[in-house]
Design a protein around this ligand. Structure first.
Ligand code: PMT
Length: 397
């Protein structure tokens, strides 16, 4: 497991276990996560912000209304940035403030301002943990789907023995990794196409488009994290293959089609993220075309529609298409969903530099009796949201 491309907001509140959070920061970053640390005033009595800055490689935030930090990344932006808010240690006082919905310091405000999942690793004296007041607050948080991990039992810094120790950093890391590895598509085989195709004109020129492959590669990673076995059929892109993904490189639409049909009968789900050239030159010149005539006419032939062919199989996999549109997004996407007989279609606007070759994207997803909109966010986060929706729809068909 890993935390590659995950954005973790690590909250540190005022308990002696805060010194262990330094080690946790190191483990999280080593697992591939981007970590931004927010400390309460109490936490700074135990460890300095500089420690966390050195370990996370990012400035540490401590104040709600700090003009310098607000100018760089406002607190609402930071709340949206997080894929996961992890608070370790979480004191009894912080748990109480979260349960009552307070927003009187930066960390409590971020928790209130974020739609991201929250995970708390409590740490306190055993008597404080067992107090009815604390237990009532914990119950309130559990009802709100806040995850409480630990505490562990054992010797405490104050000399008591009992429940209240923060889980060890290694254990917290493991639970954070598990949070992203959902198992929603465990045991399923998924084929994903990604990137552009290149249709040769002559030995040095080709027809292509601006697809970078980022959306398709993010989906491949999210599908692996959901427990699937993933085959990624990719046009030429400049990206690293996600861990545990089988990657097949192709150049042309016809080569992509051949690679897809090699194993499509063994796939449960097919996701067509590739920007396949709709046309190719009738012939590719054997020698470089010389600049001679005033006008040059390129004759084009339509390429096979890979997605439509897959959906038309006698026993098709669950098919998910993409629609890249510069106008009438919903109308065109709905038309493609029906014409190509797909299970789902994810439409993205691609005018004004959107979609293609960007780190962020937005999607409107349609299926026969429903739709879901995912607002602009990183392609990694969007991929996790889309894979979770695909899993839901796949299991309900
Ligand atoms: O790669 P990025 O830079 O991250 O950008 C992502 C993206 C914008 C390319 C991606 O999100 C996207 O929209 N991919 C589909 C682009 C596209 O070709 O859309 P389309 O509306 O032309 O095609 C509709 C569907 O048919 C697509 O699923 C496409 O893969 C498939 N198709 C199209 C033509 C063809 N000959 N064969 C196909 O399989």
């Amino acid at each position: 497991m890993s935390l590659e491309n995950k954005q973790i907001l690590l909250g540190v509140t005022g308990g002696i276990a805060a010194y262990k959070t330094a080690e946790l920061t190191r483990l999280l970053t080593r697992a591939g996560a981007s970590v931004r640390v927010v400390m309460t005033r109490g936490a700074q009595a135990f460890v300095t912000p500089l420690t966390f800055q050195a370990l996370s490689g990012e400035p540490v935030r401590t104040e709600l209304l700090d003009p310098k930090h607000e100018a760089a990344m406002g607190h609402i932006e930071l709340a949206r940035w997080a894929d996961l808010i992890l608070v370790a240690p979480a004191t009894a006082s912080f748990i109480e403030r979260l349960a009552t919905g307070r927003a009187d310091d930066l960390l409590s405000t971020l928790c209130l301002a974020s739609a991201s999942p929250i995970m708390l690793a409590p740490a306190m004296n055993q008597q404080m943990w067992q107090q009815q007041a604390t237990q009532d607050n914990v119950q309130i948080l559990l009802k709100r789907d806040i995850k409480i991990i630990g505490p562990a039992e054992g010797d405490q810094a104050c000399g008591d023995v009992g429940p209240g120790r923060m889980l060890e950093p290694q254990k917290i890391l493991q639970l954070a990794e598990q949070h992203f590895h959902t198992g929603a598509l465990a045991g399923k085989r998924i084929m994903i196409t990604a990137g552009p195709t290149r249709e040769p004109i002559d030995p040095v020129r080709f027809l292509s488009n601006r697809s970078s492959g980022k959306m398709g590669y993010a989906l491949a990673q999210a599908a692996v994290e959901a427990g699937a076995t993933v085959t990624l059929i990719t046009g030429p892109v400049n990206l690293t293959t996600p861990r545990s993904v089988k990657r097949i490189n192709v150049e042309t639409a016809e080569a992509m089609r051949a690679a897809v049909f090699e194993t499509i009968d063994r796939s449960d789900i097919f996701i067509a993220t590739a920007a396949v050239s709709d046309y190719r030159p009738v012939t590719a010149a054997e020698q470089k075309i010389k600049k001679s005539a005033e006008h040059l006419t390129l004759e084009l032939l339509p390429n096979p529609d890979i997605l439509a062919e897959v959906a038309a199989l006698e026993k098709p996999p669950f098919t998910v298409g993409f629609a890249a549109e510069t106008e009438s997004l919903e109308k065109h996407a709905q038309a493609k969903l029906q014409r190509k007989k797909l299970n789902m279609i994810a439409a993205n606007p691609v005018n004004d530099n959107q979609g293609f070759d960007q780190d962020e994207n937005q999607l409107a997803v349609f299926w026969s009796d429903g739709e879901q909109r995912f607002p602009l966010t990183t392609k990694y986060k969007l991929a996790r949201q889309l894979i979770s929706l695909i899993a839901e729809q796949y299991h309900s068909t």
